[in-house]
Ligand binder design. Structure first.
Ligand code: SF4
Ligand code: SF4
Ligand code: SF4
Length: 464
């Protein structure tokens, strides 16, 4: 195959993989970034567990290994946010516009912004939890809420700061090719550092170039290729626009791009699949343990009487019911002695402070007193909350003033993420008798959706 055909094949192949990724794994970039966050947070808080963190580990370390071997194929071929940038730039070109020309020095300076953003996220948000920023949704996460054609982020999230920033990024992407990737993407910053050590590189011989700068002008990331014989910049996203641009076929990769990109894409899809399988295994184990706890418990009259009503709900609800129920005896078992206790200790726990494990931190007498008071009015209520990709609906049962059962009636999030969150969050809510508990690492939005829907059902405020 001659060089012209080869470069043509690579470009077509790239577009095909971009479209497949956009349709099949649109949230992959957020998954990798949050996997990094989960690993970092777990190490920081001393809660790191190889088995619990396996899906995140496999995704994050796997993608970094692929980057060291093949460079930023993820950015060039697989990232849907990057693909969106390419598409918007394509529209700019199609309408005959030239976009904004950023001079080389300004471009180099602006590219450092993404490292500043990355440092701020790691230090300011993940480490020191500055202000309320963690509750804000980034532009990236708003875009990541789209999971398939038709499932776009809800208006609620489009009207956040993240939604506004997403709009600015879209405008920027019309003006500058790969605007977000060049200047702002924190995950791109990680890839840029790691890919400096990559084995797969773009090469060209400057001695054959003369005064031509076509490849530099066509580079998606604005790399000054005229300076290099071998592209060592971490900015290179393996888009192969430079190989296609060179009239002398002087730009080459030190490997077959089609083969390398196919292997990289297959490896990436494999990592996601393996991570999901593992997540489901962990989730199943959690449910088995919870079910066992339920069987072993002889103190579940209140919960079991409620089960039939809830068990007719959606299958997901059924699968999680044992988790919630298994926790309920902690509350219901206190009930008989409750009435003998003074209600002094049991003043309604504010949403914020109840995040602490109320039950485990108190003496039995205190817990009994709390049950006696009963924070909520008996009944079964339904509520809705906003998960990652849409609405989460729950049914909450209150008996003797306490939450005794939570059943998920419907949700729109990815199953693997939702299952990761549901057992722990519902258990914690029943345990703490509060709609605000800690979110599950790696499933923050799903956790928040459940908490918000429970709070909504109970008609209490939820600060998340
Ligand atoms: S730089 Fe960020 S947004 Fe751009 S392709 Fe890479 S991961 Fe995606
Ligand atoms: S150097 Fe070539 S492959 Fe790398 S980003 Fe620029 S145009 Fe794409
Ligand atoms: S387009 Fe080809 S000939 Fe022109 S500078 Fe680049 S490598 Fe050299």
């Amino acid at each position: 195959m001659d060089n012209k055909k080869k470069t043509g094949t690579v470009r077509v192949w790239r577009r095909i993989i971009q479209v497949i990724s956009f349709l099949a794994l649109p949230g992959l970039f957020t998954s990798i970034f949050y996997a990094m966050k989960d690993i970092y947070s777990a190490i920081l808080t001393g809660t790191f567990s190889l088995s619990a963190m396996f899906p995140q580990l496999i995704l994050f370390t796997g993608s970094m290994i692929i980057t060291i071997l093949t460079g930023r194929f993820f950015c060039g071929f697989l990232c849907s946010f990057g693909a969106m940038g390419d598409f918007l730039w394509f529209l700019t070109k199609k309408t005959g516009k030239k976009g904004l020309k950023v001079n080389e020095k300004a471009d180099a300076w602006l590219k450092n912004l993404k490292y500043v953003i990355l440092a701020f996220i790691i230090l300011g948000i993940w480490t020191f939890h500055l202000g309320n920023i963690e509750k804000m949704i980034g532009p990236w996460a708003v875009f990541g809420m789209y999971s398939k054609i038709g499932s776009w982020p809800s208006l609620k999230y489009l009207l956040t700061i993240g939604g506004f920033l997403l709009l600015l990024i879209i405008i920027g992407s019309f003006l500058i090719e790969r605007f977000f990737c060049r200047y702002l993407c924190p995950l791109g910053a990680v890839f840029a550092v790691v890919s400096r050590f990559r084995l797969f590189r773009i090469k060209k011989e400057r001695s054959k170039c003369g005064s031509c700068r076509l490849c530099t002008n066509k580079c998606s990331m604005g790399i000054p290729l005229y300076q290099y014989d071998t592209v060592t910049s971490g900015e290179c996203i393996d888009c192969f626009e430079c190989t296609a641009a060179c009239p002398r076929h002087n730009v080459r990769a030190n490997g077959a791009p089609v083969v390398v990109s196919t292997v990289s894409a297959a490896a990436m899809f494999g990592l996601v699949y393996a991570g999901n399988i593992q997540a489901q295994m962990v989730s199943s184990q959690d449910q088995m343990v919870s079910s066992q706890a339920l069987v072993e418990s002889s103190q579940a009259p209140v919960e079991s009487s409620q089960a039939p009503a809830e068990s007719s709900q959606a299958s997901v609800a059924n699968s999680q019911a044992p988790v919630a129920n298994s926790k309920a005896p902690v509350v219901s078992s206190q009930a008989p002695a409750v009435s003998s206790q003074a209600p002094v200790e049991s003043s309604p726990v504010p949403v914020e402070s109840s995040q602490a494990p109320v039950v485990s931190n108190q003496t039995p007498a205190t817990v009994e007193a709390q049950s006696n008071t009963g924070k909520y009015v008996d009944g079964t209520y339904t509520g809705t909350g906003q998960g990652f990709r849409g609405e989460t609906k729950t049914s909450v049962t209150v008996k003797n003033g306490n939450i005794t059962d939570i059943t998920v009636l419907s949700y729109e999030d990815d199953k693997s993420y939702f299952k990761r969150a549901v057992g722990k969050v519902t258990s914690e809510i029943v345990n703490s008798q509060s709609a605000e508990v800690d979110a599950v690492s790696g499933a923050t939005f799903s956790s928040n959706g459940i908490m918000e829907s429970v709070a909504n059902a109970l008609n209490v405020s939820n600060a998340r």
